[in-house]
Design a protein around this ligand. Structure first.
Ligand SMILES: [Zn+2]
Length: 468
């Protein structure tokens, strides 16, 4: 039993008031809220750092399963209760520790916000303490972990957010947030850019809602709704025992972003080509402009102002393409319940040689393939498909039909040119000819089943490793 997670974003409308957006005051409230919550988180981070011994406390409890008293580490909820007991003044415990009086520092903060920052602080301090003890064990001088920071996107627990979707008209939907005005805490309505896409995902059966987060950026504000779904999937070892197992193999490339082949009983039963629709060339043109600007200005400044929008555009294109390709891969997996998704361990396309813009473009292509890989794993898991990484050795060089070493070629103006970058693959032994990316994708199945020369080797020859 596992868990799939996904995030759906709901942007707040921060456009001009006249165009239906939130006014500037409301925008300032969001900033103030994030700031005061960061300060409150810092308060508890310091509090737990000052009482670090409490976090490693062992608690004894009675185990129903073993019928005896046992010990375990103190839980986050117990730490939360303990922290509130000593920092928050109530009727039951009217005397918090004088140096740690939370109510004095942050009067009237809603308890849901207080709890969320305490939980955040516990996580941060725990991670820091465990990193520090690992570092101490290594005995090295360098690499001492820094103290945990306090900034985070606020979690909106129940009692700080009210969202009603599906009731009002599409263009007049609001979310009610409990925000800090700089003087007090109050409920404020914010217009949102709701869509049928958001509503469908938000209310989809089987997905459990987590508390949303408020992600405030320079010019935008979004609510990030995390959802989780319990997934029942077989272990790969069990699946492999099934003689009629369906395997879905993916070969990630530059022009053919993904070539998906589905195999059952030794036969390829479906093939899907996902091309980039000119993304690579499009991105290259933009990167050429960026490179030229950098050259003109004399120094390649990272995040240079004049190029920021171009970079953002390139990043967005990549992000969008990655999600779309991953969705097509997951859709194929969903057609074959119980299938296993196969990826090659990613090889890097070397980003050396060629012009500067070409190198930048190759780096972007590498990032895109990494993204497709990650997103498809997540999306496939949500439909119950487990993914496996297989050894990429030789997938693009060997014949997927007979296993002999072949070569790549291209037809240029009617002439056959043998080259490593060739689009087609041909086998000198069985004279099989196919699209090179398709051949590679079909080989991924062989690698998974350790067929032919894909036996685990002791030492890979250097040449094969270099040319992949
Ligand atoms: Zn062959």
């Amino acid at each position: 039993m596992g868990q799939a997670t996904r995030t759906t974003k709901l942007p707040l409308d921060l456009s001009q008031r006249t165009q239906g957006g939130a006014n500037t005051d409301k925008r300032a409230f969001l900033d103030a809220t994030v700031q005061v919550l960061n300060a409150a988180r810092a308060f508890y981070v310091n509090f737990f750092l000052a009482h670090a011994e409490k976090l490693s406390e062992r608690v004894s409890y009675y185990s129903e399963k073993h019928l005896e008293m046992r010990e375990r580490a103190i839980s986050a909820n117990e730490l939360l209760t303990w922290a509130e007991f000593h920092t928050v003044e109530t009727k039951e415990h009217p005397h918090p520790w004088p140096a740690w009086n939370f109510n004095e520092r942050f009067p009237d903060m809603p308890f849901a916000y207080r709890r969320s920052v305490i939980k955040d602080a516990i996580g941060k301090v725990r991670a820091y303490l465990s990193n520090r003890s690992t570092w101490e064990q290594t005995g090295k001088q360098k690499g001492k972990p820094g103290l945990p920071g306090a900034s985070n996107h606020p979690s909106l627990y129940q009692g700080t957010i009210e969202l009603s979707v599906g009731e009002a008209e599409q263009h007049e939907r609001f979310v009610r947030l409990k925000v800090y005005t700089g003087a007090c805490w109050t409920w404020v309505n914010y217009p949102v850019h709701s869509s049928c896409y958001f509503e469908r995902r938000h209310s989809e059966a089987g997905w459990e809602q987590q508390s949303p987060k408020l992600v405030l950026r320079n010019k935008t504000a979004e609510l990030h709704f995390a959802q989780t779904k319990a997934i029942r999937a077989n272990k790969v070892k069990e699946s492999k025992a099934d003689p009629h197992l369906v395997t879905v193999a993916v070969d990630l490339n530059v022009k053919n972003l993904a070539v998906i082949t589905v195999r059952q009983d030794g036969k390829i039963i479906e093939t899907v080509f996902v091309t980039d629709h000119g993304l690579d060339a499009h991105r290259y043109r933009h990167l050429k402009r960026i490179a030229k600007k950098q050259w003109l200005s004399g120094k390649p400044v990272a995040g240079e102002h004049s190029n920021q929008q171009l970079w953002q555009h390139v990043r967005r294109m990549n992000e969008d393409a990655a999600h779309k390709v991953a969705r097509s891969i997951a859709n194929v997996c969903a057609k074959y319940p119980g299938s296993v998704l196969l990826f090659e361990r990613l090889r890097k396309i070397k980003a050396t040689g060629g012009s500067k813009s070409r190198r930048m473009n190759r780096r972007q292509a590498n990032q895109l393939r990494g993204k497709i890989n990650r997103y498809s794993k997540d999306k496939a898991y949500a439909v119950g498909t487990v993914s496996v990484e297989v050894n990429p050795h030789g997938t693009s060089q060997y014949c997927s039909r007979c296993g002999a070493r072949g070569e790549r070629f291209s037809n240029l103006r009617g002439k056959r040119i043998t080259a490593k970058w060739g689009k087609l693959f041909c086998c000198p032994v069985c004279h099989y000819e196919a699209n090179a990316d398709y051949n590679a994708s079909a080989n991924v199945h062989h690698s998974f089943y350790h067929e032919w020369h894909w036996q685990p080797r002791k030492k890979a020859p250097a040449k094969a490793a270099a040319s992949g």
